[in-house]
Design a protein around this ligand. Structure first.
Ligand SMILES: *Cc1c(COP(=O)(O)O)cnc(C)c1O
Length: 378
């Protein structure tokens, strides 16, 4: 881990404190490689024993009866929406403040995204669902940045409406003790390399408490085949690879530690930034166990601060600068600036600081000192 030291990076004029930690994470992977070697001897490459083992372990982890491994988080969302059998073009409520994949999945499932503004915790504001209640036929709330949204509140606002949780940021997060991905009709997770639980490429999973939906999803991910020569419905190919399931099983063993480190780093940053003029911290609540896929704060002169931090070798990032209703891809939907004032203002002022498991207390101190310096000298 020597190459992660601030001094060395400063000498090299690279970013000292980075968001990307992947070269550190898999430095020693002999155990995983041994298991992959074992797999080579069996030829069990698609939907075999190890995928079932991973599905069982994952379902247990987030306290749901069933889990179905798929090719990516995006496919998890898309297959879940397809499994609902909604009419073509049906409106699906979601947040304009998310990664594009949430809305890409809705659109490519033949449905119409209907945006609802966020609250000051950056999650979709359940109170605002009331005004779209009569229009929407499903809802895709996102547990943004690892903050678990209150799914029971969404169910209260949208009775009888199916809920597909985008839990791609939120593995292990809980709201009032309920795990993200365990309360909606289905929960969707991504194992993309930069997610909290990650594999060596793409992977995803869908959780559900419905045996019927789990069976349907198993068909949808595998050409609709119920047997070698029997096709129940024409469908897709989106399976979780056996190799990725092996990596996932290994990472499951580290997830609690990764989560605790992220939470500790976030708490240290909260402490270090409390009272800094120009920085507004996000609310922290007793009933929410956040897992900090991202650590975000609302910052005055955000773009100025970000440039300054990058000069100081801190990889401060913006997730994301443009709300989805203002993307060129959303033109057809007919939204305009001003439609979602909270999301728009957050996109102009939000900043992410790295808090992953390789960030240490001295990195936190360094970041906080530079942020204070920026606001002091303004
Ligand atoms: C990463 C992500 C996805 C998509 O996951 P992939 O595995 O990259 O397809 C969906 N929604 C959110 C909020 C994400 O961050």
């Amino acid at each position: 881990m020597g190459d992660f030291l601030i001094d060395q990076y400063e000498r090299d004029s690279k970013l000292a404190i980075q968001h990307n930690y992947l070269t550190l994470q898999f430095g020693d992977s002999q155990e995983i490689l041994n298991d992959i070697g074992e797999l080579l001897r069996t030829g069990d490459f698609t939907l075999g024993k190890v995928v079932r083992e991973f599905e069982r372990s994952f379902a247990k982890l987030v306290h749901t009866p069933y889990a179905v491994g798929v090719g990516s988080g995006t496919d998890a969302l898309r297959l879940s929406l397809l499994a609902l059998d909604l009419p073509e073009g049906a409106a699906v409520a979601t947040t304009p403040f998310t990664f594009v994949a949430t809305v890409g999945a809705i659109a490519t499932a033949g449905l119409t995204p209907l945006f609802v503004d966020i609250a000051d915790d950056l999650n979709l504001d359940p109170c605002k669902l009331n005004s779209v209640r009569s229009e929407v036929q499903a809802c895709v709330p996102v547990h943004w940045a690892g903050r678990p949204i209150d799914i029971s509140e969404i169910c209260r606002q949208l009775p009888e409406i199916p809920i597909v949780e985008d839990a791609c940021h939120a593995v292990l997060a809980t709201n009032r003790g309920k795990y993200a991905g365990s309360q909606g009709t289905m929960g969707c997770f991504s194992f993309h390399p930069l997610k909290n639980l990650n594999v060596w490429g793409d992977g995803g999973i869908i959780t559900t408490s419905s045996e019927e939906l789990a069976e349907r999803l198993r068909l949808l991910r595998n050409h609709g085949l119920s047997g070698r020569d029997q096709c129940e419905e024409f469908a897709l190919n989106s399976r979780l690879d056996s190799i990725q399931a092996i990596v996932g099983l290994h990472m499951l063993g580290k997830l609690e530690d990764i989560t605790e480190r992220r939470r500790r780093n976030a708490a240290l940053l909260d402490q270090a930034l409390a009272g800094v003029d120009g920085v507004r911290l996000l609310p922290r609540r007793e009933n929410e166990y956040e897992v900090f896929h991202l650590y975000q704060a609302i910052c005055e002169d955000r773009n100025g601060l970000r440039s300054y931090l990058v000069e100081q070798h801190i990889d401060a990032k913006i997730h994301y600068p443009i709300p989805l209703h203002l993307q060129p891809a959303a033109r057809k939907l007919g939204y305009q600036r001003g439609d979602f004032p909270v999301a728009e203002s957050v996109c102009d002022s939000v900043l992410s600081l790295p808090v992953h498991e390789f960030i240490e207390e001295r990195h936190i101190d360094y970041m906080a000192a530079k942020i204070r310096a920026f606001y002091d000298v303004r």
